[in-house]
Design a protein around this ligand. Structure first.
Ligand SMILES: [Zn+2]
Length: 138
């Protein structure tokens, strides 16, 4: 399982595989932290939510209109906060087990994990500031 993450500093595309616990992916060319947003699957989910930073899992589907509003906001958050957050997008049509495990009733639903444990969830389309407030409480 690997993901391609593009560096916001030098634009290099990095193929990232497993990231050691507590670490964040960094650019192989310039060393900057990479925006950490990628697809998650039922098979990889246990690994997908492991990180030393907060993990936001976005349960979505291509046919869901509000999901198409949330998606670009999450990409923006990932690009603005490299090294501070991991965002995992789970397509609920392709991956039915994980949403069922976490009692996801509708989409979009975003669940925030810290240290591998779900600590908060946002149901329905929320604004970028509201999502960031949940991810980074002051
Ligand atoms: Zn770079």
């Amino acid at each position: 399982m690997s993901h391609v993450l593009q560096c916001t500093q030098c634009q290099a595309k990095n193929r990232v595989q497993a990231v050691p616990g507590g670490a964040v992916p960094v650019c192989a060319r310039c060393g900057a932290a990479l925006p950490w947003l990628h697809d998650g699957t039922d098979d990889s989910f246990a690994q997908d939510i492991q990180a030393g930073v907060p993990v936001l899992v976005d349960f979505w589907a291509p046919w869901c209109g509000p999901c198409r509003v949330v998606g670009p906001m999450l990409e923006q958050i990932a690009r603005e906060r490299p090294g501070q957050v991991r965002i995992v997008k789970v397509n609920v049509d392709d991956n039915p087990q994980t949403p069922s495990q976490f009692q996801v009733q509708g989409i979009p639903t975003m669940i925030i994990f810290r240290n591998g444990q779900p600590v908060d969830r946002v149901v329905g389309a929320a604004g970028k500031a509201a999502i960031e407030a949940r991810l980074f409480p002051s």
